[in-house]
Design a protein around this ligand. Structure first.
Ligand code: G3I
Ligand code: 9MR
Ligand code: ZN
Length: 529
């Protein structure tokens, strides 16, 4: 077991840099230049602390003062060295490119070319018409991205992914300049907007033109074997309309429109009509509470106990886009009941808060104060939890399915608090969340395929399994103490929460990948590049 743990990709020159040492008894450590092996810095570690998520005693070593670009390792006598890592201003450029290209490689309904897709190239898939559940009606819902290791396409998952990506672009458009090797790279529209557009075009097809309601998902009845996408040829079924799909559809389109205004006004008009109709459907359609898989369909459920936060997000984005009082009133009413928080497929309140706080239309000052105060409380809780955690993250001992997404989303929320308070502690804590995902964690691995000395080699991702080679640039779900698959039960029973992870292709609850796990990581990178 490795004793000295850092971010395995590395740090920008002036970043705060903390190494974790576990099970050690020395009080000092050194930093060595990886190429020469020479010590270049020596310092002392912190007092020991207990880390409940991994059931370890750890100490920390701060080497922030190393700012010269290079490749380094941390060393402690008798305990070996850390994996090498780089210090450089551009250290995150390569990983960003592959995290982003993953979306192209997940494209459904079109050919992924050999030239751009390499071994993951495939002919057009899932192009047959899909049958609306329990009807004879067939519709074209081709396109979009495969959700994850499976080939389903789910509206809620799509909407939050798009929101993360567009907010990342808004935060730092410069890192998305240049060529990401997608088919549209030569056009004058930024690659990220082209890639997101591919998903938006699909989402538009998921709306019922008559009622404005939005279908929850399109998948086959069950998951296929470990085959390439074009080999999944079972009939496609469009699942019933849901509130969460309809609301996040409206929110996401409203959010997207301004990004495309300078490039394609016709498209913006289409999106506007679709978003308005979706909102009307929320008000007028009798959609059953919650979504559960209907009989005969066993693919991803994205069931959600609470759908008010999705409506909250939609109201806020629609108001931000239009300034219409109908949306403002709806939002204010919901805020009076509760300020919602959360980024992610299940909890989307933070997107709503962000939209309301950044609208250029008139706002209600009391509402702004209420949201701001609540966001500060929320951020403070995350910060407090992070300062108690040896690895500097906010999860405590709660590691659920997709815990790596929670890490990235909480990083986003900490950045919100940093912007509200200007307190740098929030910024550093958010950066620790990025460091965790890239290697500074109890598994001592980078959770992004292809990046870091140790990274997932057997992700639950059908193209990677079919081609016997992990596609690079995918963030895996990470530890899940709930042990939600047989492989996890067999291998991980009794492990501490942050160690409930196994790099096995059968462990879909810890080692799958999704579009909405890459996206908040891209958001964090946008902040830290
Ligand atoms: O909300 C509860 C929380 O209150 C509780 O403390 C915690 C304890 O385990 O569980 C939470 O619920 C979890 C839920 O996600 C919400 O986060 C469930 O245990 C967990 O089983 C559930 O996992 C979801 C999984 O599908 C199974 O439904 C994942 O979030 C979700 O990312 C995943 O999504 C799948 C798609 O269905 C299909 N495509 C692949 C994708 C990724 O695996
Ligand atoms: O491959 C499926 C993955 O995308 C889902 O997240 C997961 C949970 O819904 O299910 C996976 O499919 C497995 C199925 O649930 C049980 N039989 C084995 C399937 C492939 O491992
Ligand atoms: Zn497909």
């Amino acid at each position: 077991m490795i004793s000295i743990i850092t971010n395995q990709i590395g740090y920008r020159c002036k970043d705060k840099k903390i190494a974790v040492f576990r099970g050690v008894s020395n009080t000092s450590f050194s930093v060595i230049d990886s190429h020469t092996g020479k010590d270049i810095y020596t310092s002392y570690v912190s007092a020991p602390m207990n880390n409940p998520s991994s059931n370890e005693t750890i100490v920390l070593g701060d080497f922030s003062s190393i700012t010269t670009p290079g490749t380094y390792q941390i060393k402690m006598d008798n305990y070996g060295v850390s994996y090498p890592f780089v210090i450089d201003q551009d250290v995150y450029k390569p990983i960003l490119k592959d995290l982003f290209r993953m979306y192209y490689l997940q494209r459904c309904g079109c050919e992924v070319s050999k030239e751009l897709g390499g071994i993951y190239a495939h002919p057009a898939c899932h192009n047959s018409f899909a049958t609306i559940y329990r009807t004879d009606k067939k519709i074209d819902v081709s396109g979009g991205w495969h959700d994850a290791g499976d080939y389903g396409r789910y509206v809620v998952a799509a909407a939050v992914t798009i929101a993360d990506l567009l907010y990342a672009y808004e935060r730092n458009c410069s890192i998305f300049e240049g060529n990401f090797n997608i088919p549209e790279s030569k056009s004058k529209v930024p690659d990220i907007l082209c890639e997101v557009r591919y998903e938006l075009d699909w989402m538009l097809k998921m709306q019922d033109p008559e009622t404005g309601g939005v279908y929850h998902k399109v998948t086959c009845a069950s998951f296929p074997g470990f085959v390439m996408p074009e080999e999944e040829i079972e009939p496609l079924i469009v699942a019933p309309i849901s509130t969460t799909a309809t609301a996040t559809f409206a929110a996401c389109l409203a959010l997207a429109i301004p990004f495309y205004y300078n490039y394609d006004q016709e498209f913006c008009k289409t999106c506007y009509i679709a978003a308005s109709k979706a909102w009307e459907a929320l008000e007028n359609l009798d959609i059953p509470e919650g979504f559960i898989n209907p009989d005969g369909i066993v693919t991803g459920e994205y069931a959600d106990k609470t759908q008010t936060d999705e409506i909250y997000w939609a109201a806020a984005e629609m108001y931000k886009l239009t300034g219409k009082s109908q949306y403002h009133e709806a939002f204010k009413k919901l805020v009076t009941e509760k300020v919602w928080h959360g980024y992610g497929w299940e909890d989307v309140g933070s997107f709503g808060n962000r939209a309301y706080l950044t609208t250029s239309f008139p706002v209600d000052n009391e509402v702004v104060d209420k949201i701001t105060a609540s966001m500060k409380d929320y951020g403070k809780q995350l910060l407090d939890a992070s300062s108690k955690d040896g690895y500097g993250i906010s999860l405590g001992t709660e590691y659920i399915w997709g815990s790596n997404m929670v890490v990235a989303n909480n990083g986003m929320a900490l950045l919100d608090s940093y912007r509200l308070t200007k307190d740098k502690d929030y910024y550093f804590a958010a950066k620790s969340h990025l460091d965790y995902l890239l290697g500074k964690n109890p598994m001592a691995m980078s959770y992004v395929t292809g990046y870091g000395t140790v990274s997932p080699t057997n992700p639950h991702h059908r193209p990677s399994i079919a081609k016997k080679k992990p596609m690079p640039g995918m963030l895996v779900g990470g530890p899940d103490a709930g042990l939600h698959d047989p492989q996890a039960v067999a291998a991980l029973t009794g492990k501490s929460p942050a160690k409930c992870y196994i790099d096995h292709y059968d462990s879909y609850s810890t080692n799958e990948i999704t579009i909405y796990w890459n996206s908040p990581l891209i958001y964090l990178l946008a902040e830290f590049m």
